[in-house]
Design a protein around this ligand. Structure first.
Ligand SMILES: NC(=O)c1ccc[n+]([C@@H]2O[C@H](COP(=O)([O-])OP(=O)(O)OC[C@H]3O[C@@H](n4cnc5c(N)ncnc54)[C@H](OP(=O)(O)O)[C@@H]3O)[C@@H](O)[C@H]2O)c1
Length: 294
């Protein structure tokens, strides 16, 4: 299978490329500034229609995993033009190129399309983002749906794993570093999420892509918990002292962008459809511990 992955230098795109490489797929690894480790590196600026069509000409993909985005929640708030250009117009460029090439597109969207007033959101629940990142994802989902490309909108939530990523993007590694440093640190206790182990997400994404599933699917972890409880579970699994964690409200952290109170995703559709099921947090952390011994 010929694959084109955007955002391969990122947390998730890198994992997708690593797995695709190990399967023997032909992997074109799109990146903007940081050359990725897996697959055939392909410099690609998704905001440029020329750059996108050149990438499609070279890769001739059967399947496109579109993960590239401006993902910093606060960054999207203060760099709104850039967030619109990359997350919305960039996604439109990729979707239209996929349509023209007859490629199947998997677009990575986010739990932040929801306002967080309810939690355990189903695929068809009303979207109502509370921050600009979420707004760009709503517009990007709409651009994919109206592009005419054969597609899946895969919404995920709070991805973690052993792969280094942009500062704090990988909460598990961030929390582990803090816990090992044994100095007190704040963790938010009034925000609820469905943490998603990256390798589990990759397996679900590949199965969905191989079966060419279409529409919208929530591909996330199976356990809803607060960020504090997630960090607490990490401490327990790694045998670290959790008492250095200070439970804090979102207000005490001083973020710029609003965070939804409970953006956890209901993954029952994925559980019913897929052989690779959304993983419970205990199993995810057990596997993470095997990846990061000591
Ligand atoms: N991580 C999560 O917890 C989470 C949760 C929900 C949804 N998602 C979604 O999943 C996807 C992947 O997230 P992630 O955490 O893996 O992202 P990430 O680590 O922040 O990586 C973002 C990637 O986008 C690339 N990029 C930025 N601007 C670009 C442009 N103009 N043209 C081409 N590439 C560009 C970056 O390339 P360079 O580094 O080379 O500049 C980088 O590879 C995103 O769509 C995100 O919204 C993630």
């Amino acid at each position: 299978m010929n694959l084109l992955i955007t955002g391969t230098s990122g947390l998730l795109g890198g994992r997708i490329a690593e797995y695709a490489d190990s399967r023997g797929d032909t992997v074109f690894s799109g990146y903007l500034t940081h050359q990725p480790t897996f697959g055939l590196p392909l410099k690609l600026d998704i905001t440029s229609p020329q750059s996108v069509s050149e990438a499609f000409r070279r890769a001739r993909p059967d399947v496109v995993f579109h993960t590239a985005a401006i993902t910093g929640v606060d960054r999207c708030e203060w760099e709104r033009d850039l967030a619109l250009q990359v997350n919305v117009e960039g996604t439109r460029n990729v979707a239209e190129a996929a349509r023209d090439a007859g490629a199947y597109l998997v677009f990575l969207s986010s739990d932040y399309v929801f306002d967080g007033s309810k939690g355990l959101y189903k695929e068809d629940d009303a979207r109502n983002p509370v921050n600009f990142l979420g707004k760009t994802k709503v517009l990007a989902e709409d651009a994919v749906r109206s592009s005419g490309a054969r597609h899946l909108v895969a919404r995920t939530s709070f991805v973690f794993g052993s792969r280094e990523a942009r500062a704090e993007a990988n909460f598990a590694l961030w929390a582990l570093r803090k816990l090992k440093a044994h100095a007190p640190f704040r963790v938010v206790s009034d925000q609820f999420i469905t943490p998603t182990y990256d390798r589990n997400l990759v397996m679900m994404l590949f199965e969905a892509a191989e079966r060419r599933l279409e529409g919208t699917l929530h591909l996330a972890g199976a356990t809803r918990l607060s960020k504090y409880d997630f960090a607490f579970s990490i401490a327990k699994f790694f045998g670290l002292d959790w008492e250095v964690m200070i439970p804090s409200s979102r207000g005490e952290i001083g973020w710029i962008a609003e965070r939804p109170t409970d953006s956890s995703l209901d993954t029952s559709r994925a559980r019913a459809l897929l052989e690779n099921k959304p993983m419970e947090i205990g199993e995810s952390l057990r596997r993470l511990r095997e990846e990061i011994p000591g």
